[in-house]
Design a protein around this ligand. Sequence first.
Ligand SMILES: Cc1cc2nc3c(=O)[nH]c(=O)nc-3n(C[C@H](O)[C@H](O)[C@H](O)COP(=O)(O)OP(=O)(O)OC[C@H]3O[C@@H](n4cnc5c(N)ncnc54)[C@H](O)[C@@H]3O)c2cc1C
Length: 433
Amino acid sequence: MKKIGIVLFTSDLRLHDNTTLNLAIKENDLVIPLFCWDEDFMNQLQFGFQRVGSIRRAFLNKVLYDLHIGLKANGGYLLVRKGNSAEILTEITNVISIHKVYTKKQVGIEEKRQNEYLKSILRKKGIDFEEYSTSTMYHPSDLPFSMSSIPEVFTKFRKIVEKEAFVRELVPTPSKIDCPTIPKEWMDYSFSESTNLIEKGFSLPELGGEQRSLNHLNWYLFEKQHILHYKETRNELSGLEFSSKLSLWLSLGCISPKYIYHEVKRFENEYKANDSTYWLIFELLWRDFFRFSFKKHPIDYYQLHGIIGKSDRKANRNAEIIQKWIEGKTDNAFVNAAMRELKVTGWMSNRMRQIVASYFIYDLGQDWRIGAAYFESQLIDYDVSSNWGNWAYIAGVGNDPRAGRQFNLEKQEEQYDKDKVYQKLWNNQKLEV
Ligand SMILES: Cc1cc2nc3c(=O)[nH]c(=O)nc-3n(C[C@H](O)[C@H](O)[C@H](O)COP(=O)(O)OP(=O)(O)OC[C@H]3O[C@@H](n4cnc5c(N)ncnc54)[C@H](O)[C@@H]3O)c2cc1C
């Protein structure tokens, strides 16, 4: 009898450097690449916001289509089923004899619990369920400390990691995938190549899945060499080149952070190394840091007082104030521009994310978790630890040794939008949302 494994894809939607896919192909005769499109989870409300808003769904749809095409080119397919993973895996394993399910380790608490549940139901049926780390630059088991003793402050973490750890080589990209024949009625999800995505942002590159992300990185590094000015431009507000835009693809795992690391190193060897080439890796280390910190504090990051347990933050919730912030109708035109950009495109620069978060927490006096939940629903590059970790940081309940970041908005505007170019761009737009 042929050995069959399932790869349960979640936010690792790529073929390259993907341990789950690689091992499944190695250890089985046939593999079912599966993604569960779970409407109930996406529709769940968090502080009144849908977990996954329409822009994120459209992007996910596009990325899944590209993954399907990538798998097809290697002789396989992507099975996208509507429903939650427990129901779908039960249905599949009732019909096909499965040896093992391979999936990625999760960082969000609910996703972690879901994996524990899947493991328990599959184990009862004698099916192995194994999770693998696929989304950080440094592998967690290569860190010079245990998860429980990860430093709370980034600088300390960074210095030790840079000195004592290394980034692994890439896992090979499969060149052939043999998938079993499955019942036709399981193919109940219709991929759509085109999406309703609004690509009228002034900062968003052309969207797509794995191949698009690899092309984009190549463009950013080798074709245009924008990496060489990254450190100087990364705080700008608008445009294609000022920052890498890799968060789009990192959020769904279309690109591996290890791949980015090795490509930057290749660029440094072939062309030039400067502060900017280093700084991109530095920022990716921030991403790793938040992910590892979430493993240390899996629940506290979602609490009002965060990982410090005690603070001045209040659980204020004024629906009218919050709605005005969301709609870009506050008393501050600078904040409004960014909130309108977010609403239309799902995107906002790092600098504006910091500014609108600070405004929400300190000027409007609202519960920071409500802002984080809106971002979760709306941000096209939403990433659980980068989002909640940064919000907690600005609220002074996260990993900030300075206990909070209140931004002086006038100073910020003077520095980053002196001629109000950004404000005019978004505040004069007729919103079609
Ligand atoms: C309130 C708030 C919410 C945020 N929510 C998210 C989120 O949901 N998803 C997300 O990916 N980032 C989030 N960030 C971090 C940062 O704003 C984005 O990663 C960055 O703007 C993405 O653009 P880029 O890829 O061009 O970044 P670049 O400047 O080109 O950086 C390269 C990569 O480094 C990582 N990185 C850069 N800055 C940070 C940071 N501060 N924290 C963690 N990783 C970082 C990202 O993976 C990014 O793609 C948030 C920041 C704030 C202040």
